[in-house]
Ligand binder design. Sequence first.
Ligand SMILES: *[C@@H]1O[C@H](CO)[C@@H](O)[C@H](O)[C@H]1NC(C)=O
Ligand SMILES: *[C@@H]1O[C@H](CO)[C@@H](O)[C@H](O)[C@H]1NC(C)=O
Ligand SMILES: *[C@@H]1O[C@H](CO)[C@@H](O)[C@H](O)[C@H]1NC(C)=O
Length: 340
Amino acid sequence: MLFLQITFLAVLLAAGDNEDAFQEQISFHMIHISSFYNHSWTQNWGSGWLGELQILGWNSNSYSVIFLRPWSKGNFSNKEITEMEKFFRRLHIELPPLIRKHASEWKFEYPFEVQMTGGCELHPREGKVVFLQYAYQGSELLTFQNNSWLPSSKGGTRAQEVCRLFNQRHVVNIIIQRLLRDTCPRFLLGLFDAGKADLQRKVKPEAWLSTGSNPGPGRQMLVCHVSGFHPKPIWVKWMRGEHVQQGTQQSGILPNADGTWYLQVFLEVEATETSGLYCRVRHSSLGGQDILLYLEHHQGSMGWIILAVMVPLVLLTCLAFWLRKRWSHCEPPPTLLPLE
Ligand SMILES: *[C@@H]1O[C@H](CO)[C@@H](O)[C@H](O)[C@H]1NC(C)=O
Ligand SMILES: *[C@@H]1O[C@H](CO)[C@@H](O)[C@H](O)[C@H]1NC(C)=O
Ligand SMILES: *[C@@H]1O[C@H](CO)[C@@H](O)[C@H](O)[C@H]1NC(C)=O
């Protein structure tokens, strides 16, 4: 999503005190997307993310949060969760009519999308960073700073007009500020603690080889698939001997539905130059025992299959000749006689 690529214009707030409990940066953010199809029809999507893991969903029929993990409530009480839910429900109910009412004034053209993302990050050194912004059709419109909205420089007069209206909602803005600065970091720390076992679990990858679509005459596309691993960092290369092959290319690391990851690594080669090539997978779950998948493996196992079929066949033939010889006392065919 283009919107997620927009660099966060973040507000650096005071450094916290219990942030040395973790080594890396951790973050929680919410995403809310409203699709306005026409004057009367809007659809909403909401989700909550701990880093790259989705932990919350949103039921837009009942306006309620869906907890996707057993630990998705962190250490918050049901009362505190219900209060947060109430606030998001209000946003979901109030915002679309407000935007629709001003759509023509702001030159929003149907169909269009309004996207919101907001949350907090805790850094081991810099401390706490909070962010909240709105985008129209994937480009940034407003960012929230301190307790008010600022128009994005790219947003033009439209951004200034939306901003003016949003800044009239003082009470909502004060609640937003509290949610970002106080609630979000507390929720994040509690979540990180509750989900630790899940987040730090190690799951070994499975790997297999295939050939991709034919890239051209006499050439072959080799594909190494690696799936089902956790955590995300992984090293996968096409190699020959000790050498990483220069043309190795990698897909993005994509999420599986169960929270593990999936990846493909490609190498385009001359069809005659595949000998000795193998795919090497290194991952923290493998304890230093890299997975090595050789291309020749198929041919190798084919050889064994041929041998496994041939040996009994030869033995049977010998047995048949021996029996025939014993019963009929006739000579074996001349071709089988040893040459003298
Ligand atoms: C709005 O869009 C929905 C879905 O495409 C359609 O069913 C409905 O008739 C539209 N309403 C108007 C007023 O155009
Ligand atoms: C936010 O508030 C702080 C402290 O009150 C102030 O120093 C800073 O300039 C403000 N930032 C903006 C963008 O208003
Ligand atoms: C949850 O855990 C965090 C971090 O350990 C803590 O700051 C907070 O007080 C705990 N409880 C609640 C209800 O936030």
